[in-house]
Design a protein around this ligand. Sequence first.
Ligand SMILES: C[S@@+](CC[C@H](N)C(=O)[O-])C[C@H]1O[C@@H](n2cnc3c(N)ncnc32)[C@H](O)[C@@H]1O
Ligand code: SF4
Length: 354
Amino acid sequence: MSEFGVYVHIPFCRHRCDYCAFATWTDKDDLIAEYVEAVCSDIARTRSQGLPTVDTVFFGGGTPTRIAPHFIADIVRALPLSHNPEITVECNPDDVNLEMMEIFAEAGVNRVSFGVQSMVPRVLEILGRTHNPENVRTGVEAARHAGISSINLDVMYGAATETVDEWRTTVEHIIALGVTHISAYGLTVEAGTPLALDPSRYPDDDDQADKYMLTDQMLMSAGFENYEISNWSQPGHQCRHNKVYWSQGNYQGFGCAAHSHADGRRWWNVRTPERYISCVRNGESVEAADEVLDDETRAREALELALRTADGVPVGVLDEEELAGLIQRRGDQLVLTPQGRLLANEVILRLRPR
Ligand SMILES: C[S@@+](CC[C@H](N)C(=O)[O-])C[C@H]1O[C@@H](n2cnc3c(N)ncnc32)[C@H](O)[C@@H]1O
Ligand code: SF4
């Protein structure tokens, strides 16, 4: 039985990165206090209708560190937590200081995830990021000083003109920081973003494949285990919240644009903070739309999700001969090889649910 998760969306950023398609705004900071109040009221209302005890909480964005840390503490306090919850906050490195980390730790936050992207100043500039590698080092130190030792770094490969050597430097530097978890994503061109309008900056598939393989080799040598295509952890430090998603567990999203799932029904909230605040104030539902999955679709999605993780899928649902080199046996399961992880979407098309 999987754990129960809560996702809280914080839709505010200082600066809009031109590759980002998340629901976030740079000109709505005046709504922050009202927004947090609405999230807390939404939680209280949902609790009165029956909200399970919460095992994992994830504050994502947007930029959760764009709002004052006591607001994060207010939201944590509003939740019915289990006795040993995992509580993660996504942090932008240039917002972080010791006082903020201490307020987080005091509130029960025990995991932080830094949006690092690159440790090379030239590449950070190309990506339009506002921090520098030094901010990452001091941010990690501040988290540790406050007693938050479970730390993830998000990095991204494939920025226009980024060389393989620059990417290697990024991976070397994040390994040297001695953190417990690393998420490495290939830059994706998202429809509707400024990046999508400029094909000259699109990432190259072969370059991204080389960087993925390099990442995997370097992280494995440093003692990390790959447990999902884009996620590596030190033993015992897998993200429990991620695992709720990947095991089709139930989770409830609070805030605008947040998604939820309960036993095969998925729904998502209204997209803008204004609409969310107004729905909560007027006692209306914050749900924008939903979908109910039939048993067959659920079973297929379970396999697709499992194949992307180190758990893999049962022997028999893939043709081992046809996919030689891309999958391998581990006990009674079939798991993707590093080469297979690069071609996961192709392998998924060949799943034959029984
Ligand atoms: C929801 S973002 C928010 C975190 C934080 N605001 C930041 O940007 O660092 C979480 C992560 O998604 C990844 N991401 C965002 N846009 C992406 C894109 N177009 N392609 C690949 N990864 C992306 C980045 O690595 C980022 O750290
Ligand atoms: S800081 Fe993060 S959430 Fe905000 S625009 Fe940039 S990538 Fe998107």
